[in-house]
Write a protein that binds this ligand. Structure first.
Ligand code: NAD
Length: 421
């Protein structure tokens, strides 16, 4: 069926939902209500460029369901983002929030732009104008924004300032992932990567796998990938033998100096030309034998053609939707050798700490970093335990177990609220 969301990522999210709906024997009326987002907004975002010309960028926001509270989700600034991709990400946010027990429906936003091609002033004008276009459709109790690929604390501060200027007073609770100086929470920037590391340690513990001295490969060296790399290398004692970003993939079997790689990216904006590792073909990175493999960039990178050749003990899906449904069937057949931490569990640390930030902003009562981290680990522990138990009890994959818990909670909320009118 052709519709505005037609896109491979949305098709993948729907295929996953179909599998879970079948498994849960969900009535078709509910299934259809969960399949299509409640609201989708597209906006034209005019931006004056530094040379005086005006460029129109396409902006999107999708709010998936409204049954459990306001919607919540990040904003992605990437060149290829489509409304279908944003809708898929919003749907995954719904299952993720429900799995973590957060009182939110899923949302996501995006602007079709390569932020690396904008000057800082152009990026600020784009960020502010996108937020301004969204003001009629969002609010601290309607839809709360946050960061995602291509956006960061600075962009969140501009979002918050633009919304606040419109309201006439500070509204920090409209956005999460903002700097601590304007009401952000301690530990938000690190939250997703920190959660990924926590869950890898839990998985290793179950598998009786010693992480110290082991090897890790990470695709994507942005916020999530770099925090995970620091944690695993310097606290976990692991060797990061493969690393990649948009510029390509790099390998060093003796261990990449993560701090040096980070310094290189800060100076040159990407890993291109990093002297501490050898450049390898990008498609080889995920096939590098290692103990822990972390896709932390884009969706669909583990697919039919490489799923049987991945050689790791733990696959920690830090990115959203890194594994296609076809690949997932292959991985499910390899469950005895490969422990999957599915994306909606693995990267949930980000939205969990965003929830903490929203609460702190609403109450103007702030927690310290230890409190944030302790509470994060407690919520992750509950979700992890629930997923492992359900997978074991019902003899299903970790992904199906995670999705079943998330989707079932949304389904039950919808059932309990009934259909209006
Ligand atoms: P980011 O923009 O900080 O970093 C993305 C990294 O991926 C960069 O190093 C970029 O160069 C690299 N990259 C982009 N395209 C690539 C490609 N085709 N191949 C290899 N590398 C590529 O983004 P982030 O916040 O670290 O997010 C990474 C992933 O984690 C995304 O899938 C995002 O949706 C997911 N995620 C992020 C958060 C969060 O809190 N930031 C929370 C949950 C999930």
């Amino acid at each position: 069926m052709q519709h505005i969301y037609s896109d491979p990522t949305f098709a993948m999210a729907c295929e996953q939902l179909d599998l879970v709906a079948d498994y849960l024997q969900m009535p078709s009326s509910l299934h259809n209500r969960l399949r299509f987002p409640k609201r989708a907004i597209t906006v034209a975002v005019p931006v004056r460029m530094d040379d005086g010309s005006v460029n129109i960028f396409h902006g999107y926001r999708v709010q998936h369901h409204l049954s459990m509270g306001p919607t919540k989700g990040g904003t992605r600034f990437t060149p290829g983002v489509t409304i279908g991709e944003v809708a898929a990400l919003a749907m995954w946010m719904s299952w993720k929030c429900a799995l973590a027990g957060l009182p939110y429906g899923g949302a996501k936003g995006g602007v079709t732009v390569d932020p690396l091609r904008l000057s800082p002033a152009e990026l600020e004008r784009l960020s502010r104008r996108y937020m301004q276009e969204m003001i009629p459709f969002i609010g601290p109790h309607v839809d709360i924004m946050g960061p995602d690929m291509g956006t960061n604390e600075r962009v969140m501060a501009w979002f918050m300032d633009t919304y606040s200027a419109y309201r006439g007073h500070s509204v920090p609770e409209i956005v999460t992932g903002k700097p601590v100086s304007v009401g952000g929470t301690h530990g938000r920037r690190e939250a997703t990567g920190r959660g990924v590391v926590y869950l890898i340690e839990r998985a290793a513990n179950l598998l009786k796998l010693e992480l110290a001295g082991g090897t890790v490969v990470i695709q994507g060296f942005g916020n999530v990938g770099s925090v995970a790399a620091y944690g695993l290398a310097y606290k976990g004692g692991m060797r990061v033998i493969g690393l990649s970003d948009i510029s390509g993939a790099y390998r060093n079997d003796a261990g990449i100096d993560v701090r040096a790689a980070d310094r290189h990216v800060r100076k040159h904006a990407s890993l291109a030309g990093f002297p501490g590792a050898e450049a390898i073909p990008a498609e080889e990175l995920l096939l590098t034998p290692c103990d822990v493999l972390i896709p932390a960039a884009v969706s669909g990178v583990i697919h039919r053609d490489n799923a049987s050749r991945i050689r790791c003990r733990i696959l920690a899906e830090a990115a959203n939707g890194p594994t296609t449904v076809e690949a997932d069937r292959i991985l499910a057949g390899r469950a005895h050798e490969l422990f999957v931490i599915p994306d909606i569990l693995c990267n949930a640390g980000g939205v969990i700490v965003s929830y903490f930030e929203w609460i702190q902003s609403l109450q103007s009562f702030f927690w310290n970093e230890t409190e944030v981290a302790d509470r994060l680990f407690r919520v992750l522990e509950q979700a992890f335990t629930a997923v492992i138990k359900r997978a074991r009890d019902e003899k299903i994959s970790h992904r199906l177990a995670a999705l079943a818990i998330g989707v079932e909670r949304v389904m039950n909320a919808k059932k309990d609220r009934g259909l209006f009118p």
